[in-house]
Design a protein around this ligand. Structure first.
Ligand SMILES: *Cc1c(COP(=O)(O)O)cnc(C)c1O
Length: 436
């Protein structure tokens, strides 16, 4: 499969090149030159197949022989190595729990798949590649765990000192091995600036092979289609009446669902649910794409004002407004509504939402109130313990802590303290033993 830059359809690359580069040289996002269609028979018989087979059928057309079937099967089985339970919270309202992976958020899926692909492409190449990732929390943890022990890949995670939760810091700093955490004396934006400057630095380009594990990478975006297939497979009795609500920040997750629908998965409608960072809901109302500065909220993994992946959604519908509105609704909710939803659902149904899942739940309920569709799914993107600090006091006692999180408390934090100074960062990077 070839991929083109959304800034220039003439610029085409292979899957491998798109994965290794992340972003096109003209800063455009990569998009497949055509969207493969699955045959009807496969969809009709979805419940007969196991997740690994479904994973191969869905992903193979996007990769073709750039990764041979047996190697791809291995990558998919590592990606789908934890469960994706569907829980009926209220009658015909289901939570798709995506938080049973190693770092308790859905980003584990994309990170593991990308790590598998990059590991495969680097095999036999004795020049190690260095993955640089700036993080405000969730991404860095998923990337660190996804790439842990992948041969030929070194990972450097930059996080802002004192600005990630204790749990997130432990997840970033306790792996060791090929993962190095840099505790930057600055903000998340400073971390991002250091990474971006590194990618544009001629000396560094000479000295080490750098790549990014950014969420716009096709190898992080596309595997997110898989859990829509796995969820639909369990709800197939409702045929074409299933709707999905997705708590959205950078819009990669929902965009993957919309790709799954384009491939032939009969999802009736998508609901994008945002916090007060509501650029897309406003765009859907008045046709104007006008980002405001990002505002901090309780669902802080979605505090994105200018979602990168939205251009991919527009591309899916060839910038046709009518087609877009037929498939997508978008609503925004504030922190007060989020807290209220967490408390209400906990009291009425004994189910604990995290702040992101709560936004998704609210989006689904709002859509269902106006549309008599029989069954809806909202994506639960993180375990409540991950955002315990943002959970209302009234439900704190209900938050359970999985064993793998309890163990973290005993592990020693290992981080390199890094001033917010590009020259110091550059010197450190070139001084690493794995720099060539
Ligand atoms: C990243 C993240 C989101 C937003 O997903 P996008 O693909 O960026 O829209 C939602 N919830 C959680 C918990 C996240 O970590």
């Amino acid at each position: 499969m070839q991929y083109y830059s959304l800034n220039n359809p003439q610029h085409r690359v292979s899957f491998k090149e798109a994965v290794v580069a992340g972003l096109a040289p003209d800063r455009g996002l990569y998009f497949p030159v055509n969207i493969p269609k699955l045959d009807k028979d496969f969809i009709e018989r979805l419940e007969e197949y196991d997740p690994l087979y479904i994973g191969k059928k869905v992903m193979e057309p996007f990769i073709e022989q750039e990764i041979p079937t047996h190697a791809l099967a291995q990558i998919i089985s590592e990606t789908l190595s934890f469960p994706f339970p569907l829980r009926e919270v209220e009658e015909h309202v289901f939570a798709l729990e995506l938080y049973h992976g190693p770092t308790l958020a859905f980003k584990d899926v994309g990170a593991r798949f990308m790590a598998g692909c990059l590991g495969y492409f680097r095999k036999g190449d004795d020049r190690p590649v260095t993955v640089l990732a700036a993080t405000s929390g969730d991404t860095g943890a998923a990337v660190a765990h996804g790439f842990y022990n992948v041969p030929g890949v070194q990972v450097v995670i930059l996080y802002p000192s004192g600005k990630v939760s204790t749990l997130q810091e432990k997840q970033l700093t306790t792996l060791g091995g090929n993962i190095t955490a840099l505790e930057v004396q600055g903000t998340f934006d400073d971390c991002q600036r250091l990474v971006k400057t590194a990618f544009n630095d001629e000396d560094l380009k000479e000295a080490c092979l750098l790549t990014s594990a950014n969420s716009i990478n096709v190898a992080r975006w596309l595997p997110q289609m898989l859990y829509y297939f796995l969820a639909y497979r369990k709800l197939k009795q409702w045929h074409k009446d299933v709707v999905f609500a997705v708590p959205s920040g950078n819009f990669g997750n929902i965009c993957a669902g919309m790709m799954a629908a384009q491939m032939g998965l009969p999802i009736h409608h998508f609901i994008a649910a945002t916090n007060v960072n509501d650029t897309v809901p406003r765009f859907m109302q008045n046709g104007e794409y006008a980002p405001n500065p990002a505002l901090p909220t309780l669902s802080n993994a979605m505090d994105v004002a200018d979602p990168s992946n939205f251009v991919r959604i527009l591309q899916i519908f060839a910038h046709n407004d009518q087609a877009l509105h037929a498939q997508l609704s978008a609503y925004s909710f504030n922190d007060e509504q989020t807290v209220d939803a967490i408390e209400r659902v906990c009291a009425a149904h004994n189910y604990l939402l995290d702040p992101h899942g709560a936004v998704g739940y609210l989006g689904l309920k709002k859509y269902l109130a106006d549309h008599k569709k029989p069954v809806g799914v909202f994506l639960e993107t993180a375990h409540p313990v991950k955002f315990a600090d943002n959970m209302p006091a009234s439900v704190q006692a209900k938050i359970d802590t999985p064993a793998k999180i309890k163990q973290l408390a005993n592990l020693e934090k290992q981080a390199v303290l890094m001033p917010n100074d590009f020259n110091v960062f550059k010197k450190w990077l070139t001084g690493q033993s794995y720099a060539v």
